[in-house]
Write a protein that binds this ligand. Structure first.
Ligand code: OOG
Ligand code: MG
Length: 262
């Protein structure tokens, strides 16, 4: 750790304030170029602590920057992990109030729900599949608090990986009956297909993103508990949305999930 407790708390307050008031800010690494990974996750943890203290609940986890399309779009090279709070959840077919967001983008994702704990080190795709209750289509709505959506990895980790809202819907899929690598996804905006892909875009297999998360938590002595919802990361580039847009994600064999931006 390079930053002291007071600075971590100040940065968490600044980033969470931007989230809650829908304002952008400059990258925190501009002010703290020598901050390290532990500092970045400590700021994210402090944002989580503030939300819990306010009565919010943590309802899931997310992996991000797990596909080459996303890494290339954002100019970074390593996956990152964040948390999902209860008020991020939007019902299938529901509406997102754009006034509460800065510059939202949508991503097509496969969400996992676990039925057994996952603990690294040594977690692998097979262990993830054995511990998966079901997978389900998800649209993640990301909204970086950084100006023009420009950041480096440590800044984005501190900002809870741009987490903002998410929608799950469609059908629950049994991983024993699906090949998640070839599972096709089509993202539509206002009825037009705007992004396409297949599960293998995420680290070769979306379960690899969940294994990576379990291994990272394992280093801290933590695990992914049974019953956890985890977003495995955008399969395609994220697509910017404006008020009035309607977005639908269609996933092969698993139906569709939709959201509107008011
Ligand atoms: C960081 C979050 C990325 C994903 O699925 O790749 C993410 C960002 O691009 O703002 O959620
Ligand atoms: Mg995402």
């Amino acid at each position: 750790m390079k930053l002291d407790r007071e600075i971590i708390e100040r940065l968490a307050t600044r980033l969470e304030g931007c989230e809650l008031e829908a304002r952008d800010t400059t990258k925190i690494t501009d002010d703290h170029p020598d901050m390290d990974w532990d500092d970045a996750y400590a700021i994210q943890d402090e944002i989580k602590r503030r939300k819990l203290a306010r009565g919010a609940r943590i309802v899931g986890l997310k992996a991000g920057l797990t596909s080459h399309a996303k890494m290339k779009q954002m100019g970074v090279e390593t996956p990152v992990f964040g948390f999902l709070a209860d008020y991020f959840a939007v019902p299938d077919g529901g509406e997102v109030d754009s006034a509460k967001l800065i510059h939202p983008k949508v991503e097509p994702e496969i969400a996992f729900v676990t039925k057994a704990p996952l603990r690294g080190p040594g977690c692998h795709i097979g262990a993830v599949l054995a511990a998966t209750d079901f997978v389900i289509p998800a649209i993640e709505i990301i909204d970086s608090r950084y100006r023009d959506f420009k950041f480096d990895l440590k800044s984005v980790v501190a900002d809870n990986c741009s987490s903002s809202r998410f929608v799950v819907g469609g059908r629950m899929g049994d991983v024993a009956a699906l090949d998640l690598r070839t599972l096709g996804v089509v993202l539509e905006k206002n009825g037009e297909p705007v992004a396409f892909g297949a599960g293998a875009a995420v680290l070769g297999h979306p379960a690899a993103a969940i294994a990576m998360l379990a291994n990272m938590l394992g280093e801290k002595g933590e695990e992914i508990p049974a019953g956890t919802l985890i977003l495995s990361g955008g399969i395609t580039e994220a697509v910017a949305v404006q008020p009035g847009d309607a977005v639908t994600l269609r996933v092969q064999d698993l139906g569709s999930v939709s959201v509107r931006f008011a």
